[in-house]
Design a protein around this ligand. Structure first.
Ligand SMILES: [Zn+2]
Length: 337
């Protein structure tokens, strides 16, 4: 559940792992659908929420796929892409997130309505500049290749990203790690690295520790998305610690997708106590009906992390962020010292 308790909302925060496509407000989905004549299961927010949000631990994948399908269908124009982005930044700003990295998969998000990638991205960049001013926050953008869309899509995405090298900080691989392990994409990731992009990879979310070991051995990413299953293999923990690779951890998402059986057994604190550079994020805050305040509440009230521990995670995140050193220094001095 989204949380706005002041003891969490008042904390200055960082968030490194948030998907644009999973962060669209229900009211916006309805508004856009009405304007562009898009079919929805309902135009009442409370009723539509049943189709666009995941409230309970996953029993079937279909409900999540349906929710993402509606999100995808909301990217109806380049202008709407900018609106969605601005609102995601606004929702982050309202939680006092001062350093925020958002990621999206252009091929996935823009394919349904065949948007012009450059125009849609220009619209997102305008939203970013405005939000940075309006909410006094630093924003970074990461581009994702969706593994399930295949190698040509990955190649297209990373090649396109090169044209926007000044505005895209890093590349990521998401979804279906079990089906499409890292070695399928190694060449593309290494080429992106050579082109100067930072790299974060979704790994060890619903896959075992070995997947993370393979990811590190194959492409040595700067960060790992999730990575929580390293807790099951001391060799994986040692590798991540030795290489000082930060983890982008999303507790409520991991519970809802069944990557941990109960929220109480989420390994965030254990990994933190082992000296892993853990950072805390919300993944898909609208679809998963969470926000970063809620993730902090879980970390504190359920997993037993102190506010000092959480602050340490924020410092890890600032260090690990792909945003420029000057900007990070400014944000750190202003909000995190
Ligand atoms: Zn993710």
């Amino acid at each position: 559940m989204k949380c706005f308790e002041s003891k969490y909302n008042d904390i200055y925060k960082t968030e490194l792992h948030c998907h644009l496509e999973g962060a669209i407000r229900t009211a916006t989905i309805i508004d856009v659908a009405k304007q562009y004549k898009i079919n929805l299961p309902s135009y009442e927010e409370a009723i539509l929420n049943q189709s666009v949000k995941v409230y309970d631990q996953l029993k079937d994948l279909q409900s999540v796929l349906n929710a993402f399908g509606i999100a995808q269908n909301t990217f109806v124009s380049e202008k709407v892409a900018g609106r969605i982005a601005y609102e995601v930044f606004e929702d982050a700003g309202k939680q006092n997130i001062k350093l925020f990295e958002v990621r999206f998969s252009p091929d996935w998000a823009f394919c349904k309505h065949q948007l012009d990638w450059d125009k849609a991205f220009e619209s997102i960049l305008m939203a970013k500049s405005k939000a940075e001013q309006d909410f006094d926050m630093a924003i970074g953008i990461i581009v994702i290749a969706s593994r399930g869309m295949g190698l040509p899509s990955c190649e297209k995405t990373f090649n396109w990203a090169k044209n926007w090298k000044k505005n895209i900080l890093a590349i990521d691989l998401a979804d279906s790690e079990a089906q499409f392990p890292i070695h399928h994409f190694k060449n593309q990731v290494m080429k992106a690295k050579e082109a100067g992009f930072k790299v974060t990879i979704h790994s060890g979310e619903d896959t075992p520790a070995q997947a993370v070991i393979d990811t590190v051995n194959e492409v040595c990413p700067d960060r790992i998305g999730h990575g929580i299953h390293i807790i099951e293999d001391i060799k994986a923990v040692q590798l991540i610690k030795e290489k000082e690779i930060p983890l982008e951890i999303n507790p409520w998402s991991n519970y809802l997708t069944n990557s941990v059986k109960t929220i109480e057994e989420h390994p965030l604190k254990k990994l933190f106590d082992l000296g892993i550079k853990t950072t805390i994020s919300s993944d898909d805050p609208e679809i998963l009906e969470t926000n970063l305040n809620n993730e902090y509440k879980i970390a504190h009230e359920i997993l037993g992390m102190s506010f000092d521990d959480i602050q340490k995670c924020n410092l890890y995140a600032i260090e690990a962020s792909f945003i420029s050193e000057d900007t990070k220094k400014h944000i750190k001095n202003k909000y995190f010292c």
